[in-house]
Design a binder for this molecule. Structure first.
Ligand code: 5AD
Ligand code: SF4
Length: 474
């Protein structure tokens, strides 16, 4: 048994990062294990998890499993979990409660836990004490070991826990079953070394490791050859890409430019940290038409005092300066953000700074959250005397403002013609298609089904707060 250990996870060693290309294998006993069996994989949380689930799916299919969308039909259930806020935890434990009932009537059902919650000491302790009926737990660093972990659990007929806290390596050549035929996630780096004081990610995802440029570029070229139209370069803090390379001087701006040059029709990247956002990066975004004018730039708070307590390494003023610089050089850029309200000790005055910043930046949209203490992080030990009620009031007030600016940004698109990558049939109306603009706005479009998978021009005919309506512009 390998249990997670936050003291180990917190360490940042100088050990060399190895790129391992042949670590993934399916033991002979597991190759047909999933024949005539179904798996149900539920993903919580961010795009990193979505993409990890694409790898987990491919590994399960390498073991001959086939997919089901109904957990009650499954022979194997895996929850790929998120640890960012308490409610993500609660959802997972709620789901485990339902699965427990199922397991009581279906003894042969296998149940596994994956993702960021598996990396938490307290979660694994809880599983070991209250969820012994589960079959296996693996973490974010050893997804490639899934077939061996399942085999171990089957052979011993008991709960197998294998979670690594000491990451350090990069595993290449893992299989992937992509959800879309048109747009693809491409990891460019793993982990995060920023240690924002509220954030669990540096503990659950380990130290920052950048993938080799040639591995990333080969993946993108293969996607282009396979007809993909869009790639999103993924990392917790993509602007720090390449900072961990010992010899080569190759940074995010170099990578972004080289990816743009592959000829892929659309390049996106998430998430950017304002600290590492260089002028060269902005120049590359401005220069290449296929680098989308969409930047997610989490600010987290408007008060410089709170930003300091959060260990964000920028002030309100320096953030606004960066924001304006981007808008100046990329005038059509849509900029979105993340904001936390109710960080420990946030006063009314601090909160007003957040409102003031939002009124200056007028974001295209924003994800807003009430601060949620995460065990093991420095902020969880800070004194917090703001009531939940007060925090909720702040969130409502902030959301009203955010929604107003989202609607205004959308209003500016009325009657305009914008490029949209059509992804499929609209969830809202089966007679419509849907897709995203270059600026990452969801559009429900009247267009023929043959346009699915194409980037078409769409005239915007109606505007809502969270989406647009449009018609194909011939
Ligand atoms: N509480 C609330 N929100 C958080 N986030 C990260 N950690 C926490 C936390 N402890 C938010 C940040 C981050 C987004 C992914 O989640 O805004 O950018
Ligand atoms: Fe968390 Fe900060 Fe790293 Fe983002 S940059 S993953 S908020 S520690």
């Amino acid at each position: 048994m390998n249990k997670p250990n936050f003291n180990e996870a917190r360490k940042r060693t100088k050990e060399k990062i190895l790129v391992l290309k042949d670590e993934y294998k399916v033991p002979a006993e597991m190759k047909e294990y999933g024949k005539n069996k179904k798996y149900f994989l539920k993903t919580y949380g961010c795009q990193m998890n979505e993409h990890d689930s694409e790898v987990i799916s491919a590994i399960l299919e390498d073991m001959s499993y086939s997919k089901t969308d109904n957990y009650e039909d499954a022979d194997l259930i895996i929850l790929n979990t998120c640890a960012i806020r308490e409610n993500a935890h609660n959802k997972t434990f709620g789901m485990l409660g339902r699965i427990k009932h199922l397991k009581q009537t279906k003894k042969e059902l296998m149940v596994g836990l994956a993702g960021c919650m598996s990396q938490e000491e307290s979660v694994v302790e809880e599983i070991l004490s209250k969820f012994r009926w589960m079959d296996f737990v693996f973490g974010t660093h050893n997804i490639h070991k899934l077939p061996e972990i399942m085999l171990e659990s089957i052979n011993k007929n008991k709960l197998e826990v294998d979670v690594w806290s000491n990451e350090g390596n990069i595993f290449e050549n893992l299989p992937v079953k992509r959800d879309s035929k048109y747009k693809a996630w491409v990891n460019i780096m793993y982990g995060c070394d920023k240690f924002c004081t509220y954030c669990i990610v540096p503990y659950t995802r380990g130290k920052q490791r950048s993938r080799m440029p040639e591995d990333i570029l080969n993946e993108v070229k293969e996607l282009v050859n396979n007809g993909y139209k869009e790639v999103t370069l993924l990392g917790q803090n993509v602007n720090a890409y390449g900072k961990d390379f010992e010899v080569q001087n190759y940074k995010m701006e170099n990578l972004l430019e080289d990816v743009a040059k592959t000829g892929i029709e659309r390049v996106r990247f998430i998430t950017s940290h304002p600290w590492d956002f260089t002028d060269e990066m902005i120049d590359v975004i401005a220069k290449y038409d296929n680098v989308m004018p969409y930047i997610h730039l989490p600010v987290q708070a408007g008060s410089s005092r709170i930003l300091k307590l959060m260990n964000r390494r920028y002030t309100k003023e320096s953030y606004i300066e960066l924001f304006n610089k981007i808008k100046e050089k990329v005038p059509n850029a849509s900029i979105t953000t993340d904001i936390i309200v109710g960080f420990p000790g946030e006063t009314e005055e601090d909160f007003n700074e957040t409102l003031d910043l939002v009124s200056k930046c007028k974001y295209d949209s924003a994800y807003t959250f009430i601060y949620s203490p995460r065990e093991g992080t420095p902020a969880s030990k800070m004194k917090d005397d703001v009531t939940l009620e007060e925090k909720e009031q702040r969130l409502y007030k902030l959301n009203d403002m955010i929604n107003k600016y989202s609607k205004e940004a959308n209003d500016r698109l009325l009657d305009k013609v914008v490029p949209v990558l059509i992804e499929g049939v609209s969830q809202k109306d089966e007679n419509l298609l849907c897709g995203y603009t270059d600026t990452m706005k969801l559009v429900n479009v009247k267009a023929p089904k043959e346009d699915i998978g194409k980037i078409i021009n769409v005239k915007i005919t109606d505007v809502k707060t969270w989406s647009l309506d449009g018609i194909k512009d011939e």
